[in-house]
Design a protein around this ligand. Structure first.
Ligand SMILES: Nc1ncnc2c1ncn2[C@@H]1O[C@H](COP(=O)(O)OP(=O)(O)OP(=O)(O)O)[C@@H](O)[C@H]1O
Ligand SMILES: [Mg+2]
Length: 253
C-alpha cells in the first residue's frame, strides 16, 4: 500500500483536523490533541485504507475510534483516535487489555496510549470476509482451515487466561488477515471478570451464523449444526485442552 505521510503540525486545519477530532472537535480540542500526539512521538499520519472520511482514506472507523496509519519515530503504526462523541473516557482500558493479551501473543502489539490515542502494531490486512471471498482454486480449503484453526487457538488461549473479548460473535469486524495470518482486534469491550465465551462465540460465528458460514461452506463441507453445538456444550462445561481438541475434530481442523 503506497502511503504519503502528513506531518502532525498540519492537523490544526481542515481537512486533517476532522480526522483527529472526529466528528466535530473544536479548535481547542484539536490543539490539545496535537500536543498529546507530539508527546507520544507520533510524527505524521498517512491517509490510506479502505474507509473514507470526506476525501481522506483511513484504515477503519467504529463507534469508539477512527484508525489511521501513522509514524512513530520511523516506524509505521496503527493509531486509534478516540472519537469526540465516544462513550469511552480514555484509551487506557484498551491499552491494558491489549497488554495482557499480548502476553499470550494475541492481538496487535500495543505501544502506548494517552487520553485520546492508542498506539499499536499496524496490521496490513483485510477483513476476514473479504479474505474468504477472494480465496479460490486449489489449496483454498487448506489455507482456510489453517486460518480458522489459528483463530480458534487464539480464542482458546484467551479462554484459558480468563479474558473474554466480548464481540467475537461479530467476527467480520474483529479479525484482520495479513499474509494468511489472522489477528483478533478491538479488545476495548473485553473483560477479565466475565465468563469467557471466545471459542464458542467464534465457532458459532464461523460455522453457524450467517454471512461467513455460507462462504466457509462453499469451500469445505461443514459438520451439522447439531454436532457442532454438542461439541461446544461439552467444551463450555469444562474448557480444557481435551474438550477443545474435540471441537477442532468435529470442525475437521
Ligand atoms: N492494528 C490495526 N491495524 C490495521 N487496521 C486496524 C487496526 N485496528 C483497527 N483497524 C481498523 O480500524 C477499524 C476500527 O477499529 P476498531 O474496531 O478498533 O474501532 P472501534 O471504534 O472500537 O469499533 P467498534 O465501534 O466496532 O467497536 C477496524 O475494523 C479495522 O479495519
Ligand atoms: Mg470497539
Amino acid at each position: 500500500m503506497k502511503s504519503y505521510f502528513i506531518p502532525i503540525k498540519k492537523f490544526h486545519d481542515e481537512p486533517y483536523s476532522k480526522i483527529i477530532g472526529f466528528p466535530n472537535g473544536t479548535k481547542n480540542q484539536i490543539k490539545k490533541r496535537i500536543i498529546e500526539l507530539e508527546k507520544l512521538k507520533v510524527k505524521s499520519i498517512s491517509f490510506s485504507g479502505k474507509t473514507t472520511i470526506g476525501k481522506l482514506s483511513i484504515l477503519g472507523k467504529g463507534y469508539v475510534g477512527v484508525v489511521v496509519l501513522a509514524r512513530k519515530d520511523s516506524k509505521k503504526i496503527a493509531l486509534k483516535i478516540r472519537r469526540i462523541d465516544s462513550q469511552r473516557k480514555n484509551m487506557k482500558n484498551e491499552e491494558l487489555f491489549l497488554k495482557s493479551v499480548n502476553k499470550i501473543n494475541v492481538g496487535p502489539k500495543v505501544f502506548g496510549s494517552s487520553k485520546n490515542f492508542l498506539l499499536m502494531e499496524y496490521i496490513d490486512g483485510i477483513k476476514i470476509l473479504d479474505w474468504i471471498t477472494q480465496l479460490n482454486g486449489r489449496g483454498s480449503s487448506k489455507k482456510l482451515k489453517i486460518v480458522i484453526k489459528k483463530i480458534l487457538e487464539d480464542c482458546f488461549a484467551l479462554d484459558k487466561m480468563g479474558f473474554d473479548h466480548g464481540e467475537l460473535s461479530d467476527i467480520s469486524k474483529h479479525v484482520l488477515i495479513e499474509d494468511n495470518i489472522p489477528y483478533i482486534i478491538d479488545f476495548e469491550s473485553g473483560s477479565l471478570k466475565r465468563r469467557t465465551s471466545n471459542v464458542t462465540s467464534v465457532t458459532q460465528a464461523i460455522f453457524i451464523g450467517s454471512g461467513i458460514s455460507k462462504q466457509v461452506q462453499k469451500i469445505y463441507k461443514n459438520p451439522t449444526k447439531n454436532e457442532i453445538i454438542n461439541a461446544l456444550k461439552i467444551y463450555k462445561n469444562c474448557k480444557n485442552r481435551e474438550n477443545f481438541e474435540k471441537v477442532l475434530k468435529v470442525l475437521k481442523l
